[in-house]
Design a binder for this molecule. Structure first.
Ligand SMILES: [Fe+2]
Length: 240
């Protein structure tokens, strides 16, 4: 069973703050008063959660759900989920969602004039194995514009969610790609404290790339401690 840590009412110093004025929507949604953590009841702690029987191997291949291959650069995204002591976090549900290679989500809010891909839904999931490893096959997402400021573009990224022992135990973050020229102007990326920002960037992995088939990117996720991966304070439901 995964020993996922539940984020508390106090932000970690390594997470982006609730309020980051350059990221405009945080000025509306950030709390103005101290948060109160409601006690977790029996329902929250014992409610249904995904288990091994609910997750199919094909769920981890985001390229396999159309009638043909999606357009774009095929990638392998893999890594390991560990706790603060470097111990593997086993059997935890990882979910991902992302834009297609043209930078478009299948989402009614996303009206960016870029094409949808009938062979790419942009969502997948898998369980970490006994050593905490996970692996997805996907298409490299494209950057996309958003309305935060003039000429605002999100760097290419994949959203990640990790569930713990109950649906109320959830951590959400984003993985980026190395060398993206859009980092400097992105307030979501720059809201992450300096010392932890690089932890959201994956590493190109030639050794895990597959000849004549796909490039690989490695991204390890640390749940807490000095090496903790920055997590978003909430999933605001938008497509940024
Ligand atoms: Fe996004």
């Amino acid at each position: 069973m995964a020993e996922l840590i539940v984020p508390g009412p106090v932000e970690s110093a390594l997470d982006p703050p609730y309020l980051f004025p350059d990221y405009r929507s945080t000025t509306l949604r950030s709390p103005s008063r101290a948060l109160v953590m409601p006690p977790a009841g029996l329902t929250e702690l014992t409610g249904p959660r995904f288990g091994e029987g609910d997750v199919r191997d094909s769920d981890a291949d985001l390229t396999a759900h159309g009638t043909g291959e999606p357009i774009g650069e095929r990638i392998i995204v893999h890594g390991r989920v560990t706790d603060s002591e470097g111990r593997p976090v086993r059997n935890t549900l990882l979910e991902v969602w992302q834009a297609n290679s043209a930078g478009r989500y299948i989402h009614q809010v996303d009206q960016h004039p870029a094409p949808l891909d009938p062979n790419f839904v942009g969502a997948g999931r898998c369980l970490s194995d006994d050593d905490g490893h996970y692996r997805f096959v996907s298409i490299k997402p494209g950057p996309y514009p958003w309305k935060n400021h003039t000429n605002a573009w999100r760097p290419a990224h994949i959203h990640f969610s990790l569930f713990g022992r109950a649906f109320t135990q959830r951590l959400v973050t984003q993985m980026y790609f190395p060398g993206d020229p859009l980092f400097g102007q992105d307030p979501i990326y720059n809201a992450i404290p300096d010392e932890a920002r690089d932890r959201t960037i994956s590493r190109f992995s030639l050794e895990r790339s597959q000849d004549n088939w796909a490039l690989a990117f490695e991204w390890n996720i640390v749940l807490r401690g000095r090496e903790q991966t920055p997590f978003e304070t909430e999933d605001d439901g938008d497509v940024a």
